[in-house]
Write a protein that binds this ligand. Structure first.
Ligand code: FES
Length: 43
């Protein structure tokens, strides 16, 4: 197991609002969706 893995709960103080939780595992800003799940457009 890597040393940088969080081994317990992580406190997050959040402002009221709507948040999108990443369910694909591809986000660069976990645990929130950053749009990385979207298919890339072909040129
Ligand atoms: S659901 Fe994972 S980046 Fe959007």
């Amino acid at each position: 197991m890597a040393d940088d893995v969080v081994k317990g709960p992580y406190l997050m103080v959040m402002n009221p609002g709507v948040y999108f939780w990443c369910s694909c595992g591809g986000s660069k800003t976990p645990p929130f969706c950053d749009g990385s799940h979207a298919p890339k457009k072909k040129k």
